[in-house]
Write a protein that binds this ligand. Structure first.
Ligand SMILES: NC(=O)c1ccc[n+]([C@@H]2O[C@H](COP(=O)([O-])OP(=O)(O)OC[C@H]3O[C@@H](n4cnc5c(N)ncnc54)[C@H](OP(=O)(O)O)[C@@H]3O)[C@@H](O)[C@H]2O)c1
Length: 356
């Protein structure tokens, strides 16, 4: 992504104080344009602790999300609550006139996604779903290689994102009311990558494409009913096929491969979560070549890149980040709805959407 050193500062408020909120605060500290100016939590104690940890003045620690959204110093909010709380806070942030970076999955389902996107558009604020891996130059490079025919005609994508967390019915990873299960937590990544590769393979103006067919297998946790692990087979127009897998109860090799008629891409770190910055490599195996080519991209803290992508878009007057647009979010949520439906996996938010 082209960047310029004089990117004007963007003042951020962080809404919630959990694990990824702290990671994002450190990303802001490593960004070019991001400035953390406030935090909001459901409790004053947690807000004060977070503020102290991240160098904020006590007055910038808000004991409610509403107070954070009312803070005039905040231009953009980063929403990092459990998934079922995303939609309501996106809508309220939009009503407060704040630009929005919302953690993945943006909504519990497509219906929530539509509400969020409509709220942001109605208020004239930027909306981005926080798929940080889309902001790294490695991802753009992979899509460009596919688009430019480096592996011939793309035929098969394999992508996985899963880990094994101990079962705990109270944790957001396993609790149905908190949106637990693999598909929503990390399955959204391989789905989004498969759709990105399909878009590149199609070679048109769209950055992504939607699966025409979907079949799924998996295992639902017997007590809470969320998906312990799940696979999906996707068929795209033009013949590209994807096999994707996820889980919160099954550790996977979190990699991606893209096979074409003239070679394949081997991507050991597609999601780029553990890198503080520096060099990242993947390999291009050209058909008939004795050795693969190693392709290296260099970038800083992935969450800092994401914050700077928002600042960059706003500086240009944009209300979307090209690497992860609202349309892309809606396509991904629609595909995740289909994946869950194929497994008989639903959440309270789905009943609300059906009733509304
Ligand atoms: N992009 C990434 O790399 C990445 C990585 C991990 C997670 N995520 C996403 O970020 C979101 C949060 O994940 P996390 O791992 O940070 O979760 P977490 O550690 O459980 O933190 C979630 C925070 O949300 C707030 N919250 C609001 N309503 C809540 C409720 N009903 N129950 C529990 N907490 C509630 C709490 O903050 P207060 O007490 O301060 O209000 C809590 O600390 C998820 O949507 C997840 O998918 C993204």
């Amino acid at each position: 992504m082209a960047t310029s050193p004089e990117l004007p500062p963007l003042r951020w408020g962080i809404l919630s104080t959990g694990r990824i909120a702290g990671v994002f605060a450190r990303g802001l500290a490593a960004s070019r344009a991001g400035r953390l100016v406030a935090v909001g939590s459901r409790t004053a104690e947690s807000a004060a602790r977070f503020a102290a940890e991240h160098g904020l003045a006590p007055a910038a620690a808000h004991g409610s999300y509403e107070a954070l959204l009312a803070d005039p110093a905040v231009e953009a909010v980063y929403i990092a609550t459990p998934h079922p709380e995303h939609a309501v806070w996106v809508e309220r942030a939009a009503a407060a006139g704040k630009h929005i970076l919302c953690e993945k999955p943006a909504g519990m389902n497509l219906a929530e996604g539509r509400r969020m996107v409509a709220a942001a558009r109605g208020a004239g604020v930027l909306f981005m779903e926080a798929f940080m891996y889309r902001c790294h130059p490695q991802t753009a490079r992979i899509a460009a290689l596919v688009r430019d025919g480096a592996i011939g005609v793309p035929r098969l994508v394999q992508a996985n994102y899963g880990f094994r967390a101990d079962f705990n019915p109270a944790s957001r990873l396993w609790n149905r009311e908190l949106g637990g299960g693999g598909i929503l937590d990390v399955g959204c990544y391989p789905m989004s990558l498969a759709r990105l590769i399909a878009g590149a393979a199609a070679g048109g103006a769209e950055a992504f494409a939607e699966p025409a067919g979907l079949v799924a297998q998996g295992r639902l946790q017997p007590e809470t009913g969320v998906d312990e692990f799940a696979t999906a087979g996707l068929g795209f127009a033009g013949g590209l096929v994807a096999q994707i897998a996820t889980g919160v109860g099954l550790g996977l090799e979190n990699n991606a491969r893209v096979y074409g008629t003239e070679g394949w891409l081997e991507v050991p770190h597609p999601w780029i979560i553990t890198r503080g910055g520096g060099a990242l490599t993947f390999r291009l195996h050209r058909r008939g070549a004795a050795e693969p080519e190693t392709i290296t991209t260099e970038a800083g803290n992935i969450y800092g890149l994401e914050a700077d992508a928002v600042a960059e878009a706003l500086r240009g007057g944009g209300r979307a980040v090209a690497a992860m647009t609202p349309e892309d979010t809606l396509g991904n949520l629609a595909a995740l709805d289909r994946w869950r439906a194929a497994l008989g996996l639903s959440y309270p938010a789905d009943a609300v959407a059906a009733a509304g």
